[in-house]
Design a protein around this ligand. Structure first.
Ligand code: ADP
Length: 498
């Protein structure tokens, strides 16, 4: 057996594996969840900012357009810069101020550029404003608004990344001004960076903590298994009576303990019956052997007459026959146990089979003053099986019925069909079997105390049971004190005739 060192065993335990799988699953789920939260937050922050930028710039642009339109009406076809500038400079700063003074939006700056991209007005001073890319300028002149993310590498003034929105404010006939709103992405980036940091720190921490809890709970849940293992280690062939203490829970471990205890009970039972069996065999063989030995010793003590020798040899022969019968019966049982008995399979008429069995015991019955009666009902009374073995089964039952019936008794054999199954019942008018013995009479060497004086060895019913089982039949005994006993053999339904 390979011994795993203690500390490695810990990693090899179910507890450790469960925890590991659980922690891995949690780590994956949490990471996915964090990514999802992070991405949707980043997206909604971006969208939010874009909406605000557009709202601010469009507000100024719309108002500006309205004024430009008014001015066009006021000044007619005059388009000198001073006039245009006059109105522009009257209203533009006010507009810009109005759209940037909301305290919540202070970080949004507004600029107004001329068609060439030169700054005319800015809400945040002229330092470090993000310059619009050429493409956006061109787009604006064509009348299209556009978003940009602009990096400012400011030597003076603020540096950083800005999100910007540029929209044209056109009077009649082409773009005249470009209104740009922009805001540093610093705050959003900062918030996202914080979130990122928190998640990278929290996910492993949560996984570790949950893993530790998981390990603890797994240990609590598996404690009954460890307890059981400790008891199981103490169980040997000599201590089969030990039982596991079932845990108080009603879960799988409880089921395992119950099943294990049931298995132990079966093992103990068969171990004990094996032991008892060996004792019984030795005991049964010891008696005739002792008699044999005693008789031989007596015979050898002095010279005997031929008649005396013949009597001794006759007695020896009887004892030898007894032993040979026991050994023969045991061999038969062992063959049935090992499934070594090859059964012939033929269609058997049960009535004929029992008539033959009764006839062969007619002499014994006559001697005992017992009458044997046979009755057959209707229906199918045939079965498939080995005529020799089944004959032996019923001989054993009939022999017992005659043996255990007093003179003048009656043995009734009925053959009938019950639920499409042929059955045979052998009932007698004997003393019956005590209820305490009834569950055991099919065991090897078992004899009810009242029958100890009889000639049997307690193997007849065990053989009958083995033969019945080999044929798929069921054998049972019913008895009531002083009302006789009845043995019933129920066969499986016969297969359809070929
Ligand atoms: P045995 O050789 O002792 O008859 P069996 O195995 O045939 O052994 O029977 C086992 C025991 O069952 C008997 O010793 C007897 O106590 C009881 N038994 C069996 N058949 C009958 C019966 N017909 N009437 C009363 N007791 C019976």
């Amino acid at each position: 057996m390979i011994r795993i060192p203690g500390f490695l065993q810990r990693f090899n335990s179910v507890r450790f594996r469960i925890t590991l799988w659980y922690a891995a699953a949690l780590a994956v789920t949490l990471t996915l969840f964090s990514l999802l939260v992070y991405n949707s937050l980043a997206q909604s922050l971006d969208e939010n900012m874009d909406q605000l930028l557009a709202y601010r710039a469009e507000g100024v642009a719309d108002a500006l357009e309205a004024y430009l339109e008014t001015e066009r009406i006021e000044v007619g076809r005059r388009s000198d810069a001073a006039a245009k500038g006059g109105v522009f400079y009257k209203i533009a700063p006010e507009l810009v101020r109005l759209h940037t003074e909301d305290p919540k939006q202070t970080s949004i700056a507004l600029r107004i550029l001329d068609a060439g991209g030169a700054e005319l007005l800015s809400s945040a001073g002229s330092n470090g404003a993000p310059e619009l890319p050429d493409r956006t300028l061109k787009d604006a002149l064509k009348g299209n608004a556009a978003y940009d993310t602009i990096k400012v590498e400011g030597e003076e003034g603020p540096e950083g990344t800005y999100r910007s929105y540029a929209t044209p404010a056109s009077g009649s006939g082409g773009a005249v001004y470009i209104v740009q709103s922009y805001r540093s992405t610093y705050h959003t980036q900062f918030a996202l960076k914080n979130l990122r940091m928190m998640m990278t720190a929290l996910v492993p921490l949560i996984v570790l903590l949950t893993g530790a809890f998981g390990m603890f709970f797994a240990r609590v849940a598996l404690r009954p298994v460890a307890d059981m293992a400790r008891t199981i280690r103490q169980i040997t062939a000599e201590s089969l009576s030990l039982r596991l203490k079932p845990p108080a829970t009603r879960d799988e471990t409880r089921e395992l303990a119950d099943l294990f205890n049931a298995m132990l009970a079966r093992l103990e039972d068969s171990f004990l019956s094996e032991k008892r069996f060996i004792q019984d065999v030795s005991h049964e063989l010891k008696t005739p052997l002792t008699i044999l030995k005693g008789e031989l010793e007596v015979a050898l003590k002095k010279a005997r007459t031929t008649g005396e020798y013949a009597a001794i040899l006759q007695s020896n022969l009887e004892e030898t026959e007894k032993m040979s019968k026991i050994v023969g019966d045991l061999l038969t049982l062992a063959r049935f146990d090992n499934r070594e008995v090859r059964l012939e399979s033929a269609r058997i008429n049960l009535k004929e089979l029992l008539e033959r069995a009764a006839a062969s015991l007619a002499g014994v019955a006559g001697k005992a003053g017992v009458t044997v009666e046979l009755s057959a009902g209707g229906g199918n009374l045939e079965t498939d099986g080995d005529a020799g073995q089944l004959g032996r089964l019923f001989l054993n039952l009939l022999d017992n019925a005659i043996k255990y019936s007093p003179g003048g008794g009656k043995v009734s054999v009925s053959i009938y069909e019950e639920g499409h199954r042929p059955a045979v019942k052998v009932a007698d008018t004997g003393a019956g079997i005590p209820a305490a013995d009834l569950p055991h009479i099919f065991k090897r060497f078992y004899r009810a105390d009242s029958s100890r004086s009889s000639s049997g060895f307690g193997l007849g019913l065990a053989i009958a049971k083995s033969i019945a089982e080999a044929h798929g039949a069921e054998i049972s005994a019913q008895s009531a004190p002083d009302r006789g006993s009845a043995f019933t053999v129920t066969f499986p339904p016969p297969s359809k005739p070929a």
